[in-house]
Design a protein around this ligand. Structure first.
Ligand SMILES: NC(=O)c1ccc[n+]([C@@H]2O[C@H](COP(=O)([O-])OP(=O)(O)OC[C@H]3O[C@@H](n4cnc5c(N)ncnc54)[C@H](OP(=O)(O)O)[C@@H]3O)[C@@H](O)[C@H]2O)c1
Length: 245
């Protein structure tokens, strides 16, 4: 299979790319600094890295990368610097998701025969609610998330990116099916370990939250991409992922 990854130089995106490449899939990506993926390129001939970013590429260049992909996986996130958090592009995730979705639609409609809808898997945050469900936050969590939404633009960006898939693409789009992955507090681990996924948070999102390793989130996203049963379970939903205790 062939996948386009946005954010493959990031802490989670790099695991997603490596796991897919190790399974023999073709991976296409775009990176502001392609040298950051040099070691992966030398290990895996079926990895293709183009210099640039989803937001800055011409439509035709993005289409050339996305065409024929079975799935698009977005692990973009704002760099944790003042410029990354408050500078442009404020809507990095929202606008990138929309550009990639429009590219999927354009390229599929140029093909004579329609394949099954392209999968769109978005890495998001457990601080975001799935508004299709009656997800309740504790009063404390609600207060903190409200403050975070006001003070940290990347949180709003994550919310809008997921909302684009949930409402603009919706559940029955002829070209795209999506899943939005909501990790709990992210930590770094070297190896995949046991983890669990749920339709909605089973812990607090700020108070009494838990942890999940980036490599487990990546493993879950690659299972969504490659395992038909896992995809059927979560398509059109927003699973929350935790390390197993
Ligand atoms: N607990 C939670 O729910 C939680 C916690 C943290 C993060 N998250 C979310 O998880 C996602 C990924 O987290 P992570 O830690 O793996 O992220 P990360 O290591 O910071 O990676 C971010 C990726 O986005 C790219 N990027 C950043 N700014 C960009 C720009 N202006 N233009 C193009 N590309 C840009 C980076 O490229 P460069 O290598 O070029 O910088 C990198 O590939 C984010 O959506 C984040 O909000 C969730």
């Amino acid at each position: 299979m062939k996948f386009f990854i946005a954010g493959a130089t990031g802490a989670t995106g790099r695991h997603v790319a490596t796991l897919l490449l190790q399974q023999g899939h073709n991976v296409v990506t775009v990176a502001r600094n392609p040298a950051a993926l040099q070691s992966e390129v030398s290990l895996y001939p079926h990895l293709s890295v183009t210099a640039g970013s989803v937001l800055d590429m011409a439509d035709s260049d993005l289409d050339n990368l996305i065409t024929d992909c079975d799935g698009v996986i977005c692990c973009l996130g704002h760099n944790l610097t003042f410029k990354g958090m408050y500078g442009a592009p404020r809507l990095l995730c929202r606008e990138s998701v929309e550009r990639m979705a429009h590219s999927i639609i354009r390229t599929r409609r140029q093909q004579a025969e329609h394949q099954p809808p392209t999968k769109f898997i978005l890495m998001n945050t457990n601080g975001n609610r799935n508004r299709d469900l009656d997800e309740k936050l504790s009063r404390g969590d609600r207060l903190v998330i409200g403050i975070v939404r006001l003070l940290l633009p990347p949180h709003r960006d994550n919310e809008l990116a997921a909302e684009f898939l949930r409402t603009d693409i919706g559940q029955n789009h002829q070209d795209i099916r999506w899943a939005v992955v909501r990790p709990d507090g992210l930590v770094n681990q070297d190896q995949v370990s046991n983890y669990e996924s749920f339709p909605s948070p089973v812990r607090g999102v700020v108070f009494n939250s838990g942890q999940v390793s980036r490599i487990n989130v990546a493993h879950f996203m690659t299972r969504l991409a490659c395992d038909a049963g896992e995809w059927q379970r979560w398509v059109g939903r927003m699973p929350v992922v935790y390390n197993a205790e």
